[in-house]
Design a protein around this ligand. Sequence first.
Ligand code: SF4
Ligand code: SF4
Length: 170
Amino acid sequence: MRTFKQYITGLFGGIKSLLSGLSVTWKELWIKKVTQQYPENRDTLVISDRFRAELVMSHDENNEHACTACGICEMNCPNGTIQVISKMTETEDGKKKKELDRYVYDLGMCTFCNLCVITCPSSAIKFTNHFENATFTRNKLVQQLNHEGSKLRAKKKEPISAQPVPKEKE
Ligand code: SF4
Ligand code: SF4
């Protein structure tokens, strides 16, 4: 059975604890807000340029890329995210030449370690900070990075600076 004194002590203890909690709420009320109201703020949202969200292959205005289908990125990828599928073609002087057929990238597998980008000898691939890649099915995350009809650029050109053509999302 609680005594009257214990009752009063408990009551004041509760009030003190309540005021202590409310003082934190009161202070937070006047502090500058940092929470981002996404997606409402999509137009003004700033994502760091270095944020790795999606691997892309750069193509220039002639639909040419820099990938020689050497397969180094595929070998260095720790979890089989990349598949470089090549084909043999014949040049005008009758020589056989290996060319990129399909560059397949599984965004759902990628750990964004960047090993593929830093080991590519041709700087053919890079990461963009485009992060809105949610889909309802995982197989939609498997993408072909070389554009339809694209080909290897002629050697000794300037590095490709053109942005990849944005892909349509679901
Ligand atoms: S992206 Fe680079 S490393 Fe990968 S196959 Fe093409 S040229 Fe080789
Ligand atoms: S970032 Fe890493 S995990 Fe992703 S494709 Fe490149 S090497 Fe593979």
